[in-house]
Design a protein around this ligand. Structure first.
Ligand SMILES: [Zn+2]
Length: 411
């Protein structure tokens, strides 16, 4: 790829050095009393601890309790790791594609109070200048630790499966163009969604894989064989499996079968009850297995905000009863989902085991992002990012890096 892309410039060197930048992790504040969250069902990677405990010392989870630790009784509650959302366009009335930095922070906060302690901001299709500028703005928020990276969804997608993206701004995934966005993100490009069957698609997948950026197959019209080729080239994620791709046919299995059957691929699922039939969700879980599913929101501005008219990039969207659709054409235009609702739905309606749901909401996406050493489970040494749920799986508390974002009101 070096030949096709030209000599390695300083931008690339910077990118290589910082391809997976370490998030700043403040040292535990010395004046803060450590505490023990006790009595809850604690969901660990190895299983569920009944009446388990999690010790929080400063910003981290600790293995042993210091003598001065204070105890907080969470009997009857669930303690799960903070959620990791790798596909999210905004919330609280704010868009990650068009808002000011303050708007973006507002959107992040909206999802944080619903349990998402690690969030990748997704952009929608725009022109290249706009998106490179946007990448610069979002990369600053990643630098300060508020975002876990940037996901470019579009413009390198198929006009046949464009969903809520503006058709006139779509383009082929020329590796040089894809590279421009990656460079503009200054080491914080986490993922690019591509229709890999388009000219340049496979080369772009290789280039992304080489730079440690996730190549995601989505908004695609690829057939089965083309999808297999893209996975072999290094694509590792299915962008909202089932949505914005050809349906499964018995003679034409299409991308869905290729993505489900390959162990190298993690499939994103939007579990809001609108994007997927529960039986399709179950099928994906069964075939991929709980280790290869990532629940995402694909949320737009209206998440955590309310019904009304919104803009998704340049397109107008009407949100009614929590369902977002394009005013023109009526395509589903993202969701108004938050991950606490996805959790509750998965356990109470889809009847999935709690441990599998936790994997799909925390561990699997954290591993994809290369951050499982810091987040994604409640193991000692990791960031104290956690969610407290009541017996009915309603959200009661959220902690991020040892600070309550939502303090549980107990007793
Ligand atoms: Zn999206």
């Amino acid at each position: 790829m070096a030949n096709a892309l030209g000599a390695r410039d300083s931008a690339e060197e910077r990118l290589r050095r910082g391809a997976r930048p370490a998030t700043p992790h403040p040292q535990p504040a010395t004046d803060k009393v450590p505490f023990i969250l006790s009595g809850a069902h604690v969901v660990m990677p190895t299983g569920i601890l009944q009446e388990g405990q999690v010790i929080v010392d400063g910003s981290r989870i600790a293995g042993t309790a210091p003598e001065n630790a204070r105890s907080i009784d969470l009997t009857g509650h669930w303690l799960v790791p903070g959620f990791v959302d790798i596909h999210n366009h905004g919330g609280g009335g704010a868009s990650f594609t068009s808002g000011t930095p303050e708007d973006v922070l507002k959107g992040i906060h909206t999802h944080r109070v619903h349990g998402t302690t690690t969030l990748v901001a997704s952009t929608v299709t725009g022109d290249m200048d706009f998106l490179t500028h946007r990448a610069g703005l979002l990369s600053e928020l990643a630098e300060q630790g508020d975002l876990a990276g940037i996901h470019f969804e579009g413009p390198f997608i198929s006009p046949c499966r464009k969903g809520a993206h503006s058709e006139e701004l779509l383009r082929h995934p020329d590796p040089a163009d894809v590279r421009k966005l990656v460079d503009a993100a200054r080491g914080h490009a986490a993922m690019v969604t591509l229709a890999t069957e388009l000219p340049g698609g496979i080369d772009s997948v290789r280039m992304l894989a080489e730079h440690g950026v996730i190549a995601a197959i989505g908004h695609t019209d690829a057939d089965y064989e083309q999808t297999v080729e893209a996975i072999d080239a290094g694509a590792t994620v299915a962008t909202h499996l089932f949505n914005a791709m050809p349906p499964l046919g018995h003679r034409e299995p299409g991308p869905i079968v290729a993505l489900l059957e390959d162990e190298r691929v993690t499939v994103e699922l939007i579990n809001d009850g609108t994007h997927l039939h529960p039986a399709s969700l179950e099928l994906a879980f069964r075939h991929a297995g709980a280790d290869r599913v990532a629940f995402i929101t694909d949320a737009m501005d209206a998440a955590g905000f309310g019904d009304g008219r919104y803009m998704l990039g340049p397109l107008e969207v009407e949100v009614a009863d929590g369902v977002a659709r394009l005013v023109e054409g009526g395509s589903i235009a993202g969701s108004t989902l938050t991950l606490d609702r996805a959790f509750k739905r998965a356990v109470t309606i889809d009847r999935l085991p709690v441990g599998d749901v936790v994997a799909a909401l925390s561990a699997n996406p954290a591993k994809l992002l290369g951050r499982y050493d810091r987040v994604g489970s409640l193991e000692p040494g990791k960031d104290a990012d956690l969610v407290v749920l009541d017996a009915d799986f309603g959200l009661k508390g959220v902690m991020r890096r040892g600070e309550w974002v939502v303090e549980p009101q107990l007793g």
